[in-house]
Design a protein around this ligand. Structure first.
Ligand SMILES: Cc1cc2nc3c(=O)[nH]c(=O)nc-3n(C[C@H](O)[C@H](O)[C@H](O)COP(=O)(O)O)c2cc1C
Length: 333
């Protein structure tokens, strides 16, 4: 389906949230589903695409992280590791000597090209021309991400097919090229990008069809929802994370760079208060340093990414959630 046919995008959510069941369920119910492949090896990306196709997902987007500048220096790495000692101790988790490497972008991008999804969506920066051309040659549509009006203009200049305008309300990592880039509200982004002749995808804090209808009225062609899908039984969301979403009140979220070295929004816990490390390695090394702690610790030290609408989560099966969102949007539109 061409991009114009979608009003709802199930957001890419790397880290195991976008299970095959979620992708297939969202796609078959009429959303553009996304596979957040940012932490997957090339082989795992291929497997995820094959499984989605076998499940009957049809068209979907594969999403990757554009690599930024070099990671931490030796000294930055040592200082950031040292600053995490009390955090690991408080959680009763052993601080390892060695930390897992993340998959390389070249390998991921090649696997994505090979897999030929309908769309390649990307965050944390711009895609270079050679890679844009490689996607074009294979008929892969391009969806860039912007967190400021300037970033949106740059993506439009690159000729992408659609631009995600990610407001500061959004759950997960801020998709700015600058890891500590300032956030902009979704309403401001939409107002500032009205003259861009590209389909705009609104993202950040949208939880129901009335929210979708509102942003469509503000010039968006579609809405991308992440947090709304975290409570679907098909999502790979850990039980403690689901419980925290169900218990969340308004103002439950905050932003931190302490987890990964990049600003990200989630349910407030130890990462957002005085227990967080004061010295942080640049992205993605801080992510590597905190990963064993987040995996092994209880809810206080997990990354519970969620947007400002977290308290409005509905634990519906994905097909029902998509049908409900589209129906609510029609009714409100
Ligand atoms: C758990 C989680 C993981 C995310 N991972 C990604 C990702 O891998 N790639 C990406 O482009 N955006 C990612 N995002 C951001 C979403 O694409 C989207 O901007 C955001 O979910 C919209 O805000 P909302 O969560 O309030 O709906 C993630 C969001 C969440 C909540």
């Amino acid at each position: 389906m061409p991009f114009q046919d979608y009003t709802l995008i199930q957001a890419p959510m790397a880290g195991g949230i976008n299970t095959t069941e979620l992708t297939v369920g969202a796609a078959r119910a009429g959303a553009l589903a996304s596979i957040g492949a940012g932490y997957l090896s090339g082989a795992a990306l291929e497997d995820a695409v094959t499984a989605a196709r076998q499940g009957g997902a049809g068209a979907f987007a594969v999403n990757l992280f554009i690599p930024g500048e070099a990671g931490a220096s030796e000294a930055q790495w040592r200082a950031a590791r040292e600053a995490l000692v009390p955090c690991y101790e408080a959680a009763g988790v052993a601080l390892p000597e060695a930390f897992a490497e993340l998959p390389g972008f070249d390998e991921q991008f090649e696997a994505m090209l090979e897999a030929r999804p309908a769309f390649f969506s990307f965050t944390f920066g711009r895609l270079d021309k050679a890679r844009r051309d490689a996607c074009r040659a294979r008929g892969i549509g391009l969806i860039g991400t912007a967190t400021t009006v300037d970033e949106a203009r740059a993506q439009a200049g690159d000729g992408v097919d659609a631009i995600v305008l990610q407001g500061e309300e959004a759950g997960g990592h801020r998709g700015s090229a600058d890891p500590r880039g300032a956030g902009t509200s979704l309403a401001e982004l939409l107002a500032g990008c009205r003259d861009l002749e590209r389909p705009l995808i609104a993202a950040g804090g949208l939880m129901d069809g009335a929210d979708m209808a509102r942003v469509l009225g503000q010039g968006a062609a579609a809405a991308q929802l992440g947090t709304a899908f975290l409570s679907c039984p098909e999502a790979g969301t850990a039980p403690a994370w689901r419980d925290a979403l169900a218990a969340a009140g308004p103002d439950a979220t905050a932003v931190t760079a302490a987890v990964s070295g990049r600003y990200a929004r989630g349910l407030a816990n130890a990462w957002m208060d005085e227990r967080a490390p004061a010295t942080i390695a640049p992205y993605p090394d801080q992510h590597r340093l905190t990963s064993p702690l987040r995996k092994a610790a209880g809810v206080e030290w997990k990354s519970l990414w969620a947007g400002t609408g977290a308290h409005r989560s509905r634990a519906l099966p994905v097909a029902e959630l998509v049908a409900t969102l589209l129906e609510e949007c029609r009714a409100a539109g």
